[in-house]
Design a protein around this ligand. Structure first.
Ligand SMILES: Cc1ncc(COP(=O)(O)O)c(C=O)c1O
Length: 369
């Protein structure tokens, strides 16, 4: 709940007044490990290729962009096909300014009935629901943060949500849901004419097959992906969904005209041509994740098994907010996700991970030895 006192002269919607804006702290730190970005910047060759393409687009900025971003959506389809051995075309892809905008569009199009999710999970799902005015139901998870599938299926039958959200790998836990479980959820949501939204923002870090492989069988499936994480392109803001053609057609009803700028479309098209370079660091990050987990366990901490580029850990002898502050005092910015006794850290580059471990060692041992 926000404690902000909104002025009476401002006709702010009553249902927005108690909300707080999304706000991962953007503060300077030597190791920024709080928003699950890639620590690896584009290579000089890619930066130059983007700059060249942006220059050529800039000569035409008096004109609106391609409203339907057909070339970009075709390139995204090709990218997904190359990862998952599928055969999607542009008409099965929708793209927007980050997957957050994709989530917002889904609520705008399909958010009349309540929505259902299983927290702890990505905090923007319920927040965007509230902003759009969709009632949010939380099905919860087990104490170890795993999904209770039988309970989830019974919640779906009870709540009859228009939209049911599953995040895999889940943020902030890093845990996954299997394709077999997703199929059961697709059947349950299908029975009540609801959509299952599988948020795969971190899919490239996981060894599980993508849910896009189920689309041929289930038309009520929507898979959300982003270029912000494994693709190391968070600053460009490009998220997308893969879904049935009819569902993509419904996105045209709620999108703002020309929502994706020519510059964004051009930059993303170039980045997709550098797919192998950009995804090249995924295996490095997975190896680093394993080393960081081992180091934390050596410090006597517990880590939830993660298939993403972040880990959720516990077992420290102070409040999360206190440890978060002490880490920041040592130049390491991690994330307090508001979970009792847990903190989340994003896997960084070698130097950042070492700084993280060293700071933690100093705090927990009191001496840094
Ligand atoms: C599960 C999940 N979905 C979606 C997003 C939004 O990403 P973006 O809007 O940068 O595509 C995030 C970002 O942290 C996330 O963790």
């Amino acid at each position: 709940m926000s404690d902000q006192n909104w002025p009476l002269w401002m006709p702010l919607r009553d249902d927005l007044k108690p909300l707080s804006p999304y706000g991962a702290p953007q503060v300077p730190a030597q190791a920024t490990l709080n928003t699950n970005e890639s620590p690896y910047p584009p290579s000089p060759a890619l930066a130059q290729a983007i700059a060249d393409r942006v220059y050529s687009v800039a000569t035409n900025l008096n004109r609106y962009p391609d409203r339907d971003a057909v070339t970009l959506r075709g390139a995204l389809a090709k990218f997904i096909n190359s990862l998952s051995d599928t055969s999607f075309g542009a008409e099965e892809i929708w793209a927007a300014n980050g997957s957050n905008e994709i989530i917002q569009s889904l609520f705008m199009a399909f958010g009349e009935r309540p929505a259902l999710g299983f927290t702890p999970s990505y905090s923007m799902h319920p927040l965007i629901a509230k902003v759009i005015g969709t009632k949010w139901n939380d099905g919860g998870r087990r104490a170890d943060f795993s999904l209770d599938l039988a309970k989830a299926i019974s919640d779906i039958a009870k709540v009859k949500p228009g939209l049911t959200f599953i995040t895999t790998p889940n943020n902030p836990t890093g845990t996954t849901v299997t394709l077999a479980e997703i199929e059961e959820l697709l059947i349950a949501t299908g029975k009540i004419n609801g959509l299952l939204i599988v948020d795969e923002a971190y899919a490239e870090f996981s060894d599980q097959s993508s849910a896009v492989t189920l689309l041929a069988k289930y038309s009520n499936l929507v898979v959300i992906r982003t270029m912000s994480k494994a693709f190391a392109f968070a600053g460009a803001r490009l998220g997308y969904l893969v879904a049935n053609k009819e569902l993509v057609s419904a996105m045209f009803l709620v999108r703002l005209p020309y929502h994706l700028s020519s510059l964004t479309q051009a930059a993303a098209e170039v980045a997709l041509q550098y797919q192998s370079e950009l995804l090249g660091n995924v295996s490095t990050l997975i190896d680093s994740r394993k080393s960081v987990v081992a180091a934390l366990e050596e410090l006597g901490l517990q880590v939830i098994p993660s298939q993403a580029n972040f880990i959720l850990f516990s077992g420290f002898p102070m409040e999360p907010a206190q440890l978060w502050r002490q880490m920041l005092d040592r130049g390491v910015l991690i994330r307090d996700v508001g979970l009792l006794a847990h903190l989340r850290m994003t896997i960084g580059n070698e130097a950042e991970n070492q700084k993280f471990i060293q700071a933690l060692q100093e705090i927990l041992n009191g001496d840094g030895q």
